[in-house]
Design a protein around this ligand. Sequence first.
Ligand code: C2E
Ligand code: CA
Ligand code: CA
Length: 447
Amino acid sequence: MALLSLLEADDMRDALTGLANAERVRSTLAQWQVSRENEADADCSRSCCRVMLLGLGRIDTVNLAYGASVGDRALLEVARRILVFAEDEFESEPWLAARLSGGNFLLAVRENCSRERWQWLAEALADIVSHPISDDANADTLRLWPRIAVMQPASLETPDIILDRLADTLARAQDRHGSRVLWVDGELSPPGRSSASLEADLLSALDRDEIKIVYQPQFALGDDRLIGAEALARWNHPTLGNLGANALFTIAERADHVAQLSQHIARAAIADAANWPDRLRLSLNVTPADLSAGTFASNLQDIIGETGFDPHLLTLEITEHVLLADLERAAISFSALRAHGMRVALDDFGAGFCNFRYLKLLPLDYLKLDRTMVEGLGHDARDLAIFRGMVTMAKALDLSIIVEGVERSDQIRIAREEGAAIYQGFIGGKPLASDAFQVFAANRLAG
Ligand code: C2E
Ligand code: CA
Ligand code: CA
């Protein structure tokens, strides 16, 4: 559960990003530390917490060079990436994402995760934050270079002590070349698994079948019929436990194994979907790296040929993070695949910097609206107005709308009334392992 969603009072939020503010951080950490003292559970399995402070060293330079509004948009984008990351990585544990000041962000989780995992999460987050941020207004891209201080607070440390120790460590990390992640107790990284060995692990994970695919059901809004599922990857690491899709792709990207990983996922998912009943559709995520690999379209066609899967049942979801330079090449690949009957969805629309050039240049069938675009439906008039605008635009472009991250029935009702076509989200079903999805589909289609 995200604590953020429980923040009612605006005075507990950072006005720019909507994340928690420093006051909220102090009160939450104080609460966690007190309940930890009262906790009888000696191994503190539930009550320990982990905290990291991420600092963007260059944000002042960005403000000076590009102006404060570009700086603000970059901070908003960083806040969004931190939120998405936390939502992907933490499932049932309470967590808190905050902006303390300027370019300093804090992420805390009330979980007794291993030191290795916390180190790994810090590195993955640093990677995600340092991906280029495109600024459409100036057709520019920015890169930020985050440093992160990490700690595991001792039970008697107060919020002020925790924040002071993190700030001191961050200042040391910012002075130092080469160490992006620094523990407050001075160690560069815990003994054990380095990020290089994780990258090496990925290759054997592909062979050892540790990469699992889960399927999240998708439904027609008109009659609530199950129409298919999106394939989502998970890495069940032998020592670190389950790694979310974002962490998995970050490692793959660093090790230059994205194309291999994507092919592995496509092959396994298409083989699974070839056994699904009733012409259920499969959605696959496609990364920018896949498209620039050049062989993507022909590999996909090979897999389809081998499995006998009907390409008319396949949807490819592409995110907006493709750099503009690759867009024309992407358009050619997608046109070729569409000629074989596949459909193309523009994923995560409305998250981060919206880029309308994608709509102009890519051959598309669906617009998949990001969760943040449907969150406020039912209680926020502006969200409804924006949603209506998106539906009108999609209709004019002859695109169907998929809404994702749907968690409440009022969102389904409004999306249906407004003319969206498909929904997906925890309310309809969480991502399921292959066998469980087959059972789900059989029950759903029978009933
Ligand atoms: P995405 O394509 O936008 O996938 C939707 C993400 O939202 C999934 O997280 C899903 O579990 C989550 N989600 C679904 N319904 C809800 C809901 O009602 N509420 C909330 N809060 N979240 C919901 P997941 O699986 O961690 O994937 C994260 C991202 O990683 C994906 O975002 C996608 O961009 C990428 N990814 C996942 N699997 C693959 C893959 O096989 N290939 C590629 N290229 N990318 C993948
Ligand atoms: Ca997707
Ligand atoms: Ca999405």
